[in-house]
Write a protein that binds this ligand. Structure first.
Ligand code: 4AD
Ligand code: MG
Length: 478
């Protein structure tokens, strides 16, 4: 068997002993022709592999370079060096893959995140991205654990669909029609009848509508999959392809919905604090070092772990949209004209407004409910005031909107009325309306942007640094 190896994460914690072990990994550094710092991605800990002087021939030693992959077998000895308990005294070393030190882009020094994005295929081999992606994995695992413990059914919703769930029209088309000689109708429009599905299709912007269908049978479901938005926003919080978790629950009103979303977010953070401690400590230190370079006024003054612990231990603030607008209008920020966008009842909250509410005013996550119906999707339940809907957004410090959700409109007449007003083609959505025709129930759901959640937990400021291969306007490399 080739791969009988001990993970380096475990090896560094083992006691020195007589037994031989084998490790494999990538060389981070090689000092004094003797000391290899070896990493295999199981944690940020490197194992020091010692190549005793005179024991290995020169041609082999020349190939032990940063980025090369090696297999080393030997015994663990107590290490006289500082920073480690044990080191591996190599008895045999095999070069698995060479790495030309002249050409390897990831030299052992500090690189900017922007540079690392250009070599995203190699950035997994850095401590920062090691930590970020292990945390991402942990949050994905914890998501399934959370919903599984509550008896939710994990539903896989389609990636290709003919519906625009959000009605926002920010969709990537899916077609096999040729671009030259495109088949046309007599009226000169593209004839989608000749397309693969016999109609126009797109990549999904949300699995919610299909999720609602399943919730009308299982009562509680969740989705966790990729979603696509062709919005041309080049910000640190938007991706064209992102992952979303969308629970959908029958017999839940808006309050039940908020309780679930809050419990879920706190569960994720609690999971990371417990299971990704070393990686969080690494990122905490990294952020602290970055903070030191900032002018005093821009420093957050709160460490990453401290922030996460405070979020786990306190209830989120719950306010209505109308209260949020009042707070903004009365804020010193507004009075000193520091907001770029104007504030008035009816506006869609801009990220500067959201951040003011969470970072300056409440200093903790905030759930805003009761948005004006004009700025929200057609499926949200209309409130009795005729102006607002039973929507809820969760806003997080440093991120802004992390969750969007609502109680759904379960009354067929109200739903159809709203669809008509918003020009949503009801005839094509017969299947969605059927759930309101046959055994409709009060129900609710929300969507959590997974990358924004990873950003929040890891403290990474740019969303491009929490997904392996980001898709943004103009970027589809790798
Ligand atoms: O608020 P959104 O658009 O809501 C929905 O899609 C609903 N169907 C969800 C539901 O009720 N089932 O998106 C939900 C969340 C946002 O709060 C945000 O965290 C994330 O998805 N999100 C994005 N994340 C990264 N890049 C983008 N372009 C995003 N757009 C939304
Ligand atoms: Mg939203």
């Amino acid at each position: 068997m080739f791969n009988k190896r001990v993970k380096i994460k475990d090896a560094v914690r083992m006691a020195a002993g007589e037994e031989q072990i084998t490790v494999m990994g990538w060389v981070r550094t090689f000092r004094n022709n003797q000391f290899v710092a070896l990493n295999d991605g199981s944690s940020n800990d490197n194992l020091q592999v010692v190549l005793e002087l005179g024991r290995f021939d020169e041609t082999l030693l020349k190939k032990v370079t940063t980025g090369a992959s090696i297999k080393a077998t030997g015994r663990l000895l107590e290490s006289p060096g500082k920073g480690q308990n044990v080191e591996l005294k190599a008895e045999s070393v095999e070069i698995l893959g060479e790495s030309d030190p002249e050409k390897f882009p990831l030299q052992p020094k500090k690189h900017s995140l922007e540079f690392l994005r250009e070599i995203a295929h190699l950035r997994f081999r850095t401590n920062t991205f090691g930590s970020v992606f292990r945390i991402r994995h942990g949050l994905a695992f914890a998501t399934h654990q959370f919903f599984n413990e509550k008896g939710f059914v994990y539903l896989h919703t389609p990636v290709i669909t003919a519906s625009d769930a959000e009605g926002a029209g920010e969709m990537f088309k899916v077609t096999t029609l040729p671009f030259d000689n495109t088949p046309r109708t007599e009226a000169g429009e593209v004839n989608f009848k000749e397309d693969f599905f016999g109609r126009a299709t797109n990549l999904t912007v949300s699995g919610q509508l299909e999720g609602e269908l399943a919730a009308m049978g299982f009562a509680e479901i969740y989705t966790f999959g990729p979603t696509f938005r062709a919005e041309n926003s080049n910000t640190a919080r938007h991706l064209a392809e992102f992952w979303m978790i969308e629970p959908e629950m029958a017999f839940y009103d808006l309050e039940d919905n908020m309780d679930l979303a809050e419990a879920y977010i706190r569960y994720l953070i609690g999971y990371a604090l417990k299971n990704n401690r070393a990686d969080l400590e690494f990122l905490d230190q990294r952020l602290a070092d970055e903070e030191k370079l900032k002018p005093q006024a821009e420093r957050s003054g709160q460490g990453l772990i401290e922030k996460l612990e405070s979020v786990v231990s306190q209830d989120f603030q719950r306010i209505t949209y109308t209260e949020a607008i009042d707070i903004l209008l009365q804020s010193p920020f507004y009075k000193k004209k520091k907001f770029k966008y104007d504030v008035a009842w009816g506006i869609d909250l801009q990220s500067e407004h959201e951040r003011y509410l969470v970072e300056k005013h409440f200093k903790k996550p905030v759930i805003v409910t009761g948005y004006p119906k004009a700025i929200k999707a057609f499926y949200m339940r209309q409130n009795d005031d005729g102006k607002t809907v039973a929507a809820m957004d969760i806003l997080a410090p440093g991120i802004g909107e992390i969750v969007g959700g609502s109680q759904r409109e379960e009354r067929l007449d109200k739903l159809m009325e709203r669809m008509q007003e918003m020009h949503i083609p009801a005839d094509q959505m017969w299947w969605y309306l059927d759930t309101r025709r046959f055994g409709t129930v009060p129900h609710s759901g929300f969507g959590l942007g997974f990358e924004r959640m990873v950003q929040f937990v890891s403290g990474m400021t740019n969303i491009r640094d929490v997904i392996a291969f980001p898709r943004t306007p103009g970027n589809s490399e790798f």
